[in-house]
Design a protein around this ligand. Structure first.
Ligand code: NAP
Length: 257
């Protein structure tokens, strides 16, 4: 009788966009510790992405890094094809890559800036969700999965006098998350959203105020900024089986703000 070799899938596979730094890097490490084989996507910072991979490998985990600009459709398609080839079928997507531009009032915003923000912070999430759904949905022969979109407390607060354009991109992510969660609920996919508040990452330097957390912390009920690892914990929970009955939900990680 012929022996049929059955290849068991060893680990669940997760993709973290913008996984080279900040919240994405912390999330990639926590997911690897939870047993996922993790793909760390990044834009420019090859060294930071490789460091996250090395940190995970040193802990006995599985990780690869793939450079791709998730604001560009062809790059997203390439990212997912390379991921398919290197790690296998996707189980979890963390849409996290995002940008912040220097603080500005509405009068000084330009179409170029607004379009850049919406391309990177919104279009990319739609494109990555599309590629994930094509792989996860039972409608397309998949076995289900989970998606977490990283939005922001800015979607609720509006970020007046700082960046209402950025805040509006995050409002779009809240709506994407709610709509998609309902669209794919019967197809084995849970979609949830995490809304961080003021988190200690490089992003505030990009906004033109590296010490922003020091300025605003007195207005945060918990009286401090958050750590990337505290957001990563919320993301990891929502992807996990412990959150099996949670979809279309919003988890604010914002110190009470
Ligand atoms: P961060 O430290 O500035 O890191 C941004 C990450 O996104 C980097 O890994 C960067 O890659 C990647 N990235 C940027 N544009 C990309 C693109 N077009 N394609 C692929 N990767 C791209 O940011 P963070 O503070 O961790 O923020 C992560 C997410 O949390 C964002 O969606 C942000 O809006 C959200 N958030 C942050 C805060 C906060 O206070 N920090 C609050 C609320 C929400 P490279 O390393 O290659 O540049």
């Amino acid at each position: 009788m012929a022996t049929v070799a059955k290849v068991a899938k060893v680990a669940k596979v997760a993709l973290v966009t913008g996984g080279s730094r900040g919240i994405g890097a912390a999330t990639a490490k926590q997911l690897a510790a939870a047993g996922y084989a993790v793909c760390i996507n990044y834009l420019h910072n090859h060294a930071a992405a490789q460091q996250v991979v090395q940190d995970i490998l040193a802990q006995g985990g599985q990780a690869i890094a793939i450079q791709a600009d998730v604001a560009i459709e062809s790059e997203v398609q390439r990212l997912f094809i390379e991921l398919d080839q290197q790690l296998g079928r996707l189980d979890a997507l963390v849409n996290n890559a995002g940008i912040l531009l220097p603080q500005s009032r509405l009068e000084d915003l330009t179409a170029e800036r607004i379009n850049r923000l919406f391309n990177t912070n919104v279009c990319s999430y739609f494109l990555c969700c599309r590629e994930a759904v094509l792989r996860m949905s039972t409608r397309h022969g998949g076995q289900g999965g989970a998606i977490v979109n990283v939005s922001s407390a800015a979607s609720r607060l509006g970020s007046p006098n700082e960046y209402i354009d950025y805040a509006a991109t995050k409002g779009a992510i809240d709506t994407l998350s709610k709509g998609l969660s309902l669209e794919v609920a019967e197809e084995g996919i849970r979609v949830n959203c995490v809304r961080p508040g003021f988190i200690d990452t490089d992003m505030h330097t990009d906004g033109g105020e590296p010490d922003r957390l020091q300025r605003v912390k007195a207005n945060i009920p918990l009286k401090r900024g958050g750590e990337a690892s505290e957001v990563a914990a919320a993301i990891s929970f929502l992807l996990s089986d412990a959150a099996s009955y949670i979809t279309g939900s919003f988890l604010d990680v914002a110190g009470g703000r």
